[in-house]
Design a binder for this molecule. Sequence first.
Ligand SMILES: NC(=O)C1=CN([C@@H]2O[C@H](COP(=O)(O)OP(=O)(O)OC[C@H]3O[C@@H](n4cnc5c(N)ncnc54)[C@H](O)[C@@H]3O)[C@@H](O)[C@H]2O)C=CC1
Ligand SMILES: O=C1O[C@H](COP(=O)(O)O)[C@@H](O)[C@H](O)[C@H]1O
Length: 255
Amino acid sequence: MDERVLLTGAEGRVGQAVLEGIGDAYEWRLFDRDPPAEETDYEFIVADVTDDEAVRDAMADVDVVLHLAGDPRPEAPWDSVLTNNIDGTRTVYEAAVETGVDRVVFASSNHAVGHYETERKPDLYRKHDDYRLDGTELPRPSNLYGVSKAAGETLGRYYHDEHGLSVACVRIGNLTKGHPPIDYERGQAMWLSYRDCAHLFERCIEAEYGYEIVYGISDNDRKYYSLERAKDVLGYEPQDNSAEFTIEGEPKEDE
Ligand SMILES: NC(=O)C1=CN([C@@H]2O[C@H](COP(=O)(O)OP(=O)(O)OC[C@H]3O[C@@H](n4cnc5c(N)ncnc54)[C@H](O)[C@@H]3O)[C@@H](O)[C@H]2O)C=CC1
Ligand SMILES: O=C1O[C@H](COP(=O)(O)O)[C@@H](O)[C@H](O)[C@H]1O
């Protein structure tokens, strides 16, 4: 575990979950357009992910890129996702090829496939329903943000096929700290705990693969995303399950 890892969007929620869990395991270079909120011992580059030169420079001597930077809002407007998510992601893949980095892990989203839910909700959010998306389905984005995430996955496919880059696209569900989203069945179906999040990105750094799309959720009883690909290819072993919490987010008593 002596890889040097570039983490874009390091100041955000996913970045903080990753660093909390596996911050000691790698040599990190953090990258965000916002400066660190607190003093940090990590190397930190303040720059925009659409800045070709800054992104190329940030990749010097890097083995793996975890690309999280972007506008995460499902309601984000087109100009923002076009710039921050699509152009920013293309900049990252391009810089990886130019600098000889051979692996990029891309933070995709449940919203790349959100419209599979339209005709099946709310049943598919419930334990009895065995409908599963497994990552082989075509995108059905639920908003323009989801379109930008599908575009990031497709860019990754191109950079893999054309340039041999290893790319893992993680369709992250709903990351919350401590407990699943409260009173929100969709969020409980796709909950990703902080420790499962860190572990999944650790597997994306360590495992061997070419191009993958996997779902990034905990092992929730309510899930409608299959975890088989993440388990088989990456060796993902989630530990959390939203069923261990009440709908209000309280841990259930041992049964
Ligand atoms: N938090 C969640 O549950 C989910 C997150 N994701 C994806 O994971 C990634 C991280 O999300 P969060 O940590 O929740 O978001 P966040 O908003 O907490 O963090 C995003 C970080 O990226 C930085 N950033 C945004 N645009 C940038 C740019 N152009 N250049 C440099 N830095 C930039 C921001 O300053 C921020 O620190 C995003 O790509 C998001 O779409 C996907 C699905 C669910
Ligand atoms: O991609 C994302 O998805 C989660 C879950 O979506 P929601 O519409 O059910 O809230 C969202 O919380 C996160 O901000 C977003 O980046």
